[in-house]
Design a protein around this ligand. Structure first.
Ligand SMILES: NC(=O)c1ccc[n+]([C@@H]2O[C@H](COP(=O)([O-])OP(=O)(O)OC[C@H]3O[C@@H](n4cnc5c(N)ncnc54)[C@H](O)[C@@H]3O)[C@@H](O)[C@H]2O)c1
Length: 264
């Protein structure tokens, strides 16, 4: 079993939402965190709050769609703390809409998911994760670090209408742990660095609270536990996946019993 105490977590999207919950969980359990976000302002606020609870935290301004930013993030973790043990690439966005939307009366398409709407989600959720994970994994190997790469998929990976862009990126997150684990196995690295994904349902973060509230209410009616998953509950799952070194290459759902398409 791995100990979180004195371990180092690199977390993108770490200033808010699930990323911030993981950061809080990590320092609460004696770990250190490197949190990344796009603006100094949100990072300064998160840093002050984490330090107020005696947490050891370093912040890095990083747009995960930029290769040089992701390299800087991984380098900073090594420079400041000498190692990386958890990689949590949790920066993510949604830009929902139907692929093609025909008018109810004329039957003719009046709106489409735009190229930018599609590409922006791919760039952040998929390419951003690839860049973060590749840069951190390189440093983990070169500095002989032991730990976990924990990707974030979603129940959306099973296919959600209005989220062709988002669902596609989250389906990719479900296959990446298998590919990365197999590659590490080939090189004898699998016992040292494991890779998994978590797949949350609807979690109480700004991403979900910003949704159409009527749609959200309808969705919650299909969640057997009858409420949003708490970000702290997701953080606790990440902690357990980190500690337990028998866990590798899999996707772990945390959705309060939700089964999409079956009414719960
Ligand atoms: N909230 C949910 O219900 C839910 C469910 C399943 C999966 N997820 C996934 O969990 C992850 C975190 O989601 P959340 O709910 O905490 O959302 P959130 O919006 O609260 O947090 C996402 C963070 O990512 C940051 N971000 C966006 N683009 C970025 C970029 N290019 N570079 C760096 N940072 C960037 C945002 O500023 C924000 O702080 C996302 O990948 C999301 O898809 C969320």
């Amino acid at each position: 079993m791995l100990e979180i105490k004195d371990s180092v977590a690199v977390i993108t999207g770490g200033s808010g939402g699930i990323g911030r919950a993981v950061a809080d969980y990590w320092v609460h359990n004696g770990g250190k965190v490197v949190i990344a976000a796009r603006t100094e302002e949100v990072l300064a606020e998160a840093k002050a709050e984490i330090e107020a609870s005696d947490g050891d935290v370093v912040t890095v301004v990083c747009d995960v769609t930029r290769e040089d930013d992701c390299a800087k993030l991984a380098d900073t973790a090594i420079e400041k703390f000498g190692k990386i043990n958890l990689v949590a690439p949790f920066a993510g966005i949604i830009k929902d809409g139907l692929m093609v939307s025909p008018d109810r009366e004329t039957g003719k398409v009046t709106r489409k998911m735009t190229f930018d709407q599609f590409q922006a989600v791919i760039d952040t959720n998929l390419t951003g994760t690839f860049l973060t994970v590749r840069e951190c994994a390189e440093r983990m190997i070169n500095h002989n670090c032991r730990g976990l790469i924990c990707l974030v998929s979603s129940t959306g990976s099973l296919g959600t209408a209005g989220q062709l862009n988002y669902s596609s990126t989250k389906a990719a997150m479900s296959v990446m742990p298998k590919v990365i684990t197999a590659e590490f196995f080939r090189r004898g690295l699998a016992p040292q660095i494991r890779c998994v994904a978590i797949a949350p349902g609807y979690v109480g973060t700004p991403m979900v609270k910003g949704m159409n509230q009527k749609v959200l209410e309808k969705i919650l009616g299909q969640v057997p536990i009858g409420r949003l998953v708490d970000p702290d509950e997701v953080a606790s799952l990440v902690g357990e996946l980190y500690r337990n070194e028998a866990i590798a290459g899999e996707v772990f759902f945390i959705h309060g019993g939700l089964r999409q398409g079956s009414g719960g």
